[in-house]
Design a protein around this ligand. Structure first.
Ligand code: MG
Length: 377
């Protein structure tokens, strides 16, 4: 696909799409109207642009939209939905994801239940490309769940009443916008505050002037000095803060271990961890991990990560990028395994094209829809 074709596709909005049958949705979002070949799995994809309600600023970047690619895997008249979301700082683009997906030939597989075999093949096509791989993994899970007639939390044997509250993210902003976002966040029981800039304390004080709800903070590697980080964490512990995510750059391994020994709050790894193989490297340095489907290459490895971390006595957090309800609902299937969830990426965009798992009274509320729990909007 040529670059101008992506851009043209990416500009097509999905606004105004009501609940509709799969084939109508496919037509509406530009999926070719060719019948899937008999026997094998059939993958299609298209670029999409997630428009953010507010400019989103973290310690190292700022943006108004997030590039995305929607994926569809069809088998025997059933369609599984998936998605790749590419925040620019992670290095993947619509072009790289579409290039990767164009190399994937799922027609060689006639049994969608052989998920390990299919996902091993996808993983072996090229190194890296985690969100492109996640887009296939999520669509395959959705397809298999639909073929089984069950949602994934039930297939895994998880109790839907054990889902955690989700935090609502407040980016780095002016005090006025922070106040506005705190007001918007009133249905949520936990606020996740992005920090890592010189006015961190002023931001927290502004929030505390409005609410005493628990907060957690994410420095996105923005505190470069272990002593300053410890001083901040000790101060935050007195502000009803639950934990601190990625206080120091991931390369500062010894400093993070030093910090963890002294920290009154749990230290959670985000940038420092991608997949299950990384857990051994950060064990003893961090108290827990933030699992995100776009880092882990999807649900298959995210589930392994959650089980491994829990077995080691580590805390588990399920997080997200800016995503539609598709990837958010997929991640929510795992959330009964998590101590904390940060699954608000769909709430930060104005053009969500899926209807999925909801947040009710601040808590992730799973539904009974088979697969990952979504339908096209
Ligand atoms: Mg983070």
């Amino acid at each position: 696909m040529k670059r101008r074709d992506f851009l043209r596709c990416a500009g097509m909005g999905l606004a105004g799409i009501a609940l509709m049958p799969d084939h109508l949705f496919a037509a509406q979002v530009g999926i070719p109207n060719t019948p899937a070949p008999k026997g094998g799995l059939h993958l299609t994809f298209r670029p999409y642009r997630l428009d953010l309600i507010h400019t989103f600023t973290v310690s190292k970047s700022s943006r108004t939209f997030t590039p995305d690619v929607l994926t569809f895997i069809e088998y025997d008249g059933v369609t599984g939905y998936g998605e790749a979301s590419m925040p620019p700082y992670l290095g993947e683009t619509q072009e790289s994801v579409c290039n990767f997906l164009s190399k994937v030939d799922l027609s060689q597989f006639s049994d969608p239940f052989r998920m390990e075999e299919i996902l091993d093949y996808v993983d072996g096509i090229a190194p890296g490309n985690p969100s492109a791989k996640a887009a296939i993994d999520i669509a395959l899970h959705d397809l298999v769940g639909k073929l089984l007639g069950q949602p994934w939390h039930r297939i895994w044997g998880l109790s839907p009443e054990k889902t955690p509250y989700t935090s609502f993210t407040i980016g780095i902003d002016t005090q006025e916008v922070v106040r506005q976002k705190v007001a918007e966040a009133s249905p949520y029981k936990i606020l996740k505050v992005k920090v890592g800039v010189p006015h961190d304390k002023a931001t927290i004080e502004t929030i505390r002037s409005m609410t005493d709800r628990p907060i957690c903070v994410d420095a996105n590697e923005g505190w470069n000095d272990k002593n300053r980080a410890l001083e901040m964490i000790e101060w935050l512990a007195r502000q009803n803060c639950l934990f601190v995510e990625q206080p120091l750059p991931k390369e500062m391994v010894e400093e993070t271990a030093w910090l963890r020994e002294r920290s009154p709050l749990p230290i959670i790894a985000d940038e420092a961890i991608q997949g299950p193989e990384d857990i051994a490297h950060i064990y003893g340095i961090y108290d827990g991990i933030n699992i995100k489907l776009m880092k882990s290459t999807g649900l298959y490895k995210a589930y392994q990560m959650a089980i491994t971390a829990k077995t080691l006595g580590m805390k588990v957090m399920i997080g997200c990028m800016t995503e539609t309800s598709c990837a958010i609902s997929a991640a929510a299937q795992l959330s009964p395994l998590a101590d904390w969830a940060d699954l608000d990426g769909n709430l930060l965009i104005s053009n969500d094209c899926y209807d999925g798992v909801k947040v009710i009274d601040g808590r992730i509320t799973l539904n009974d829809k088979p697969g990952i729990g979504v339908s096209p909007r």
